[in-house]
Design a binder for this molecule. Structure first.
Ligand SMILES: C[S@@+](CC[C@H](N)C(=O)[O-])C[C@H]1O[C@@H](n2cnc3c(N)ncnc32)[C@H](O)[C@@H]1O
Length: 474
């Protein structure tokens, strides 16, 4: 049996010896009852996100040939777990692991098991950005209110100023060699409110003016997002630079598809707080074998029925209403404000069951578009057990952005990165819920190896502009 005390590394996590002991008592009782415990792995986390897809105690098992699963696992979120209930919850989970896998009658399933990146939770995430106006106006708070400090770090003035100065330096160097292109293309992906773009352009214009350069006149700022309401909002925030900005509906996972005509031409690409919001899978390495995490989203049946009652949805119509919500949006309800209420309350209930499916590290389907040797290089040398993100969406975005860069161009990514795989053992890295969206830390070790293989240089810098920030700049 293996016990992982990931919470110890989180300074915010209180002492949890009593909770850990309660789970171990449940293990002892299960042993006395003759339950199979071979291969048991217990992970204690302290999930820093107020809302996650986890129950206080989760059981996971591997699937595959043979009757007994090779992996049995309990994951405990010490933040949610009340010590006096924990023993009972752990015992129940251990009994479930000893029995044949079966759907739980007290859960209403929203899907069948699928790799995490294909889970229905991502449709909720996309709905959030598509319907952000209605969500915010109905609930009367901006999406930024859910961020640490209530504000996006992307528009930190000191950081924007430094980024502009670095970009300017690069332009001057090209200019001196007579190699500055006539048009200076700049791209922001997932630009959100456009506040950063506005600040960036202000600063760029002022710097160009003060240095007597005509760079501002030559700049072509491509402001992109896949959310039409966000683009609309951004439009309002950069009106003062209207003749410099073009607005693009662009999917961050494939910038090259929309912008192929600018291959090798873009001098600066910026993307912040988007990679952590792109669909991702997770893999687990247990006793030298690699497993893909499959998930099945569900809501507690009783609580979901209560939500339905609150918004006039009959119990037998719940799944149909969720489907309508995801396809059409809150207008699928006779009163769209009620539709938002149904959506928010149901979203809070969504949890994930998980199972481990054996996989091959060189399976090209794991991260489509990436040389499978990259994943092999990152994971094969890893000595022990590990669970980490594949960051499929982020990797795809990265690989499909690089060819747009001018030979002297830069891609700057500001996000929650795990730069070293050991960090996965030192804290919870998602998925968490941020308001109606999803957040997962990004596997930077994988990005670095991908960049190396493609011949790009990649650097990390801490985000020093807000004390205590976990953000890093790539
Ligand atoms: C957390 S907000 C960040 C906004 C801004 N970059 C910032 O840091 O303040 C995420 C933004 O990414 C956009 N987004 C999420 N997934 C996307 C995708 N696949 N393609 C393009 N934009 C996406 C959302 O619409 C939203 O505007």
């Amino acid at each position: 049996m293996r016990v992982e005390l990931g919470y110890l590394h989180n300074p915010k996590a209180p002492a949890a010896d009593a909770a850990v002991a309660a789970v171990l008592r449940a293990v002892e009782r299960s042993r006395a009852d003759g339950l199979p415990l071979a291969g048991l792995h217990i992970a204690f986390d302290w999930c820093q996100y107020r809302h996650t897809f986890r129950e206080p105690v989760v059981d996971r098992r591997s699937v595959g040939p043979g009757e007994a699963p090779a992996v049995r696992e309990l994951a405990v979120d010490l933040r949610q777990a009340e010590a006096d209930r924990l023993e009972h919850l752990a015992e129940r989970a251990l009994r479930r692991l000893a029995a044949l896998p079966a759907p739980a009658p007290d859960r209403l399933y929203l899907e069948e098991f699928v790799p995490l990146r294909r889970s229905v939770i991502w449709r909720f995430n996309a709905l959030y950005w598509r319907e952000i106006e209605r969500w915010e106006t109905t609930l009367n708070r901006p999406f930024e209110a859910a961020l640490p400090g209530g504000k996006s770090d992307a528009s930190n003035p000191a950081q924007v100023e430094e980024a502009v100065e670095q970009f300017f330096e690069g332009l001057r160097a090209l200019d001196k060699r007579g190699a500055l292109p006539p048009e200076l293309f700049v791209l922001e992906i997932g630009a959100g409110t456009g506040e950063r773009a506005g600040l960036w352009l202000d600063r760029f214009r002022d710097l160009a003016d003060s240095q007597g350069k005509d760079y501002y006149g030559r700049v072509r700022f491509l402001l992109s997002d896949y959310s039409m309401p966000m683009l609309e909002r951004a439009h309002g925030n950069v009106l003062r630079h209207a003749d410099k900005v073009s607005f693009l509906g662009l999917n961050a996972t494939d910038p090259l598809r929309s912008l192929g005509f600018l291959r090798y031409k873009i001098l600066c690409v910026h993307i912040s707080n988007v990679y952590d919001n792109l669909p991702t899978d997770e893999v687990a390495k247990r006793d030298g074998r690699l497993y893909l995490v499959e998930a099945r989203a569900y809501v507690g049946r009783e609580a979901a029925v209560e939500v339905g009652q609150r918004y006039g949805v009959e119990p037998e119509a719940l799944l149909r209403q969720v489907d309508l919500l995801l396809r059409i949006g809150p207008e699928a309800s006779p009163d769209p404000a009620q539709g938002v209420g149904f959506w928010r309350d149901l979203w809070q209930l969504v949890r994930l069951e998980e199972r481990y499916v054996p996989t091959d590290v060189r399976d090209p389907a794991l991260i489509p578009g990436l040389d499978p040797e990259v994943l092999a290089e990152v994971l094969e040398g890893w000595p022990g057990d590990l669970r980490c993100h594949l960051s499929n969406g982020a990797v795809q975005s990265f690989v499909r952005t690089l060819p747009l860069l001018h030979p002297k161009g830069t891609l700057q990514v500001q996000d929650l990165f795990v730069t070293d795989l050991t960090e996965y053992g030192r804290g919870f890295r998602g998925p968490g819920k941020l308001d109606g969206s999803i957040v997962n830390w990004v596997n930077g070790a994988l990005l670095r190896t991908a960049a190396d293989r493609l011949g790009y240089r990649l650097h990390w810098a801490p985000f020093l502009y807000r004390p205590g920030s976990a953000i890093r700049i790539l």
